[in-house]
Design a protein around this ligand. Structure first.
Ligand SMILES: [Mn+2]
Length: 293
């Protein structure tokens, strides 16, 4: 996994922290990107390039890996390319990705999703327990998820929790585009020890939440348990999803809420999958449909 981020940074006399501050991230994240521990997405390349005063392609170790070269031109370069978001040739297939930036007086949030990812994540909300849940969401949905949130946690977790859900929901909705060809429905049951939770959803563009989940304590970690319903409500609204979450039984509050996030993840994974039998019916560039020549 070669890239020139570190070399270019040193050339400019910048520390990891100094570069991080230029592009609004953490020094640790810069270190992760330099070392290849985090995917060097198109989005990160553009941000790093802006901070380093170079072009995005300059960050790559070899000109063969340039995103300006269409895939297939030199296929031998592709397996080692560190970028999952290489623009693909029109008509082949495209990664369904989106980035949402959301800034209010209460929170500053940046979310990037890749629906066709491998469940890789980089999540920092400032709320440890929420990070843990969002990591589950990414891993079990196979959606690559980057979340950087800075909120007014000195007041409480309410704004950061809800706004993070809105930003992730908006990113998922945007990445889904017109939603053509998707499987649309998802339905799973998730056990965790003594707990069983069912999540059923319709990626319908009709937001609705049914939440039949009760907690026996007011807190999990530092987080108020009442905030989880708020998170699912905001996500369903922003993503345009009819979302039914039912904890069938369970005792441990950590298991109960974690099974809700894992259930959302697995149900989403089913629903956003492209159905090959339906995707074939989408009008194509062949010009056969619609009477055009
Ligand atoms: Mn856990």
């Amino acid at each position: 996994m070669t890239n020139r981020i570190q070399a270019l940074r040193k050339q400019k006399g910048l520390s990891q922290q100094a570069l991080a501050e230029r592009i609004g991230t953490s020094g640790q994240q810069v270190g992760n990107l330099e070392a290849g521990r985090r995917k060097l997405t198109q989005d990160w390349m553009e941000r790093l390039a802006a901070g380093l005063g170079c072009g995005p392609a300059d960050l790559l170790g070899s000109p063969l890996n340039s995103p300006l070269n269409p895939p297939g031109a030199r296929s031998s370069a592709l397996p080692n390319a560190p970028m999952p978001n290489i623009p693909l040739a029109p008509g082949v297939t495209t990664m369904r990705t989106a980035t949402i930036e959301r800034k209010t007086r209460e929170t500053q949030i940046r979310v990037t999703v890749n629906l066709d990812g491998g469940g890789e994540y980089s999540i920092s909300t400032g709320i440890g327990f929420l990070d843990h849940m969002l990591e589950q969401l990414s891993r079990h949905s196979l959606i690559d998820l980057e979340v950087e949130a800075r909120g007014d946690l000195h007041i409480d977790f309410h704004h950061t929790n809800e706004d993070t859900a809105i930003a992730i929901g908006e990113a998922v909705s945007q990445a889904l585009g017109d939603r053509a060809g998707i499987t649309r429905y998802g339905d799973v049951r998730i056990p965790m020890d003594e707990t069983l939770t069912r999540v059923t959803l319709d990626v319908s563009n009709r937001p609705y939440l049914i939440w039949q989940v009760e907690f026996t304590g007011p807190k999990l970690g530092e987080m108020d348990t009442e905030l989880f319903k708020e998170w699912f409500q905001a996500f369903a609204q922003a993503a345009g999803i009819t979302l039914h979450v039912e904890n069938i039984y369970g005792e441990n509050n950590h298991h109960i809420v974690e099974s809700c996030y894992k259930g959302l993840a697995r149900a989403l994974r089913q629903a956003i999958e492209i159905d090959p039998r339906k995707s074939d019916t989408v009008p194509s560039t062949k010009g056969v449909l619609g009477g055009s020549l």
